[in-house]
Design a protein around this ligand. Structure first.
Ligand SMILES: Nc1ncnc2c1ncn2[C@@H]1O[C@H](COP(=O)(O)OP(=O)(O)OP(=O)(O)O)[C@@H](O)[C@H]1O
Length: 297
């Protein structure tokens, strides 16, 4: 079967025109995403996520390497037909309405649907935008614009969705709605490639995670491999006295990760020291897996 995305030996050097300084944003990234797979591309700010995504979408030329989308070179416009894309900060014409933007998406991707407006309305409703379907975007908040862009990407019945930080700018309710919609797209056999630096938001979406740092892919893991590697519980508290295993996050607020086997003992120590619990939750420890992968290299 043809892979949905093949990224082969991607390198990108940005050169600033006013100086000879070069930024090595990508230093040889290779990965493959299979049809029906959800691949999370995670890493800290400046790791090279957006650069990779722009090259996949044919918006930037790599310095070296190449990308194939369903077997066709990403530089060919036909490779991007049926590919839903939402950039990190979507720029949509603010004189247009959400309905016009979705209809334009259908036309550009040459998607045939029975009743165009009803189809677009369905997606706008799912993104809680039905009530503003015919209002110009200029009055919309950042989160609303983000949801219009997501509705446009989804309404074209994409064979592949490429999303750069899909949850940025969304409030907790918007984040939940988008994660649920993407999970449903994935359950229906959709292929998804997304970037994020907010790991716990996206843990349940990806079949595999690529951990990227300083332009290099440091590790590729499935959630099962990550949970097998670690069995950690995140604990956050209010308190005045330092407790072993906890570090001060903000004045008077503490955070720590403990093995689940040691959790009760740790909670007892916190209680004795007068700490009040804010949160105790299982983590898939993507964050620590990421840090370890970086430390190892
Ligand atoms: N147009 C550009 N010109 C020069 N340097 C750039 C340009 N775009 C990105 N960079 C640099 O390339 C590196 C990778 O940037 P990129 O935007 O791909 O990272 P990212 O992982 O998407 O970060 P973030 O999570 O902050 O969006 C950074 O050092 C960034 O400063």
């Amino acid at each position: 079967m043809t892979a949905a995305i093949v990224v082969d030996g991607l390198a990108k050097v940005y050169r600033k025109s006013w100086s000879r300084e070069a930024v090595h944003a990508l230093r040889g990234i290779s990965l493959t995403v299979e049809p029906g797979e959800a691949f999370g591309f995670v890493g800290p700010n400046g790791a090279g996520k957006s650069t990779t995504i722009k090259i996949i979408m044919g918006l930037l030329r790599p310095t070296d390497g190449h990308v194939l989308i369903f077997g066709e070179s990403a530089v060919l416009p036909c490779a991007r037909r049926g590919v839903g894309y939402v950039p990190e900060s979507p720029y949509l014409q603010d004189c247009l309405t959400p309905m016009e933007i979705l209809e334009m998406g259908l036309a550009l991707h040459r998607v045939e649907v029975g009743d165009r407006r009803a189809h677009c309305m369905e997606w706008l409703d799912r993104m809680a935008l039905g009530h503003v379907a015919t209002k110009a975007l200029r009055t919309f908040s950042k989160g609303m614009v983000q949801r219009v862009a997501l509705a446009q990407a989804l309404c074209i019945k994409p064979r592949l969705l490429v999303l750069d930080e899909p949850l940025s700018g969304l409030d907790p309710i918007g984040r939940r709605a988008v994660v649920d919609t993407l999970a449903e797209y994935k359950r229906g056999g959709g292929t998804l490639f997304f970037s994020s630096h907010v790991l716990h938001d996206v843990e349940r979406l990806a079949d595999r995670f690529g951990l990227v740092h300083e332009g290099r892919l440091r590790a590729v893991r499935s959630p099962a491999e990550l949970t097998g590697e670690e069995d950690l519980v995140l604990v956050r508290t209010f308190g005045e006295i330092p407790v072993a295993g906890m570090r001060e996050d903000f004045p008077g607020r503490w955070i720590g990760e403990v093995c689940s086997a040691e959790l009760w003992e740790h909670l007892a120590r916190l209680r004795e020291s007068g700490h009040a619990l804010i949160e105790v939750r299982q983590t898939l420890s993507l964050e620590s897996a990421f840090l370890k992968a970086v430390e190892r290299q």
